[in-house]
Design a protein around this ligand. Structure first.
Ligand code: AKG
Length: 182
């Protein structure tokens, strides 16, 4: 598989660490899950997943017309953030978390190219394995990676990408994307 703009580390976390973070994220009161709505052909529809975010205090990541303001990082996530920064070779000041309850939850094709987005995105996967697709240059040049529990993928968010639906019976998945916002 030729994936020049994507670095994938299958066993970034040990199975024990991956289980720990998955359970922690499902239960902690430090992460505030919500289901956003977005506009499609003039109508508000519920996003097919749950979302939460964490960011440096005062930082606002605005996308799909909505503000996402940071109010500081929980102490418990600091060592994970530092480890991911070391692996990626860059700083991260914002974290978006997506929670897919089963194979019918997904994220459609999009680019993370809002003004202020810098560097690469580091994406940590927990829970059910799901298929991520990314375009490389042109729409015809698509690649996919099946993102495993405890894996880390570092990619260029300006390239169109998505997380596809699946008819397979899969359980919950939580994805953390570490970002650098100006
Ligand atoms: O859940 C995933 O792996 C995809 C996340 C994604 O595409 C994004 O956050 O921009």
């Amino acid at each position: 598989m030729r994936l020049p703009s994507v670095r994938y580390q299958q066993h970034f976390l040990t199975p024990q660490e991956a289980d720990h973070w998955f359970i922690w994220l499902q239960n902690t009161t430090e992460v505030h899950w919500q289901q956003e709505t977005f506009s499609i052909f003039g109508q508000r529809v519920l996003a097919p997943r749950q979302l939460a975010w964490i960011g440096d205090t005062g930082l606002n990541y605005r996308y799909t017309g909505l503000d996402h303001e940071g109010s500081g990082w929980p102490e418990s996530l600091e060592s994970l953030r530092a480890r991911i920064e070391r692996t990626a070779g860059q700083k991260f000041n914002f974290l978006l978390l997506n929670r897919y309850k089963n194979g019918q939850d997904y994220m459609g094709w999009h680019r993370d190219d809002e003004t202020g987005c810098q560097g690469d995105i580091a994406s940590l996967s927990l829970g059910a394995e799901r298929r991520f697709r990314i375009e490389q240059g042109s729409a015809e040049e698509r690649r996919h990676i099946d993102l495993e529990h405890g894996s880390l993928m570092i990619f260029n968010g300006r390239q169109r990408h998505c997380l596809t639906k699946t008819k397979r019976r899969v359980g919950e998945r939580i994805n953390l994307t570490f970002r650098l916002i100006q």
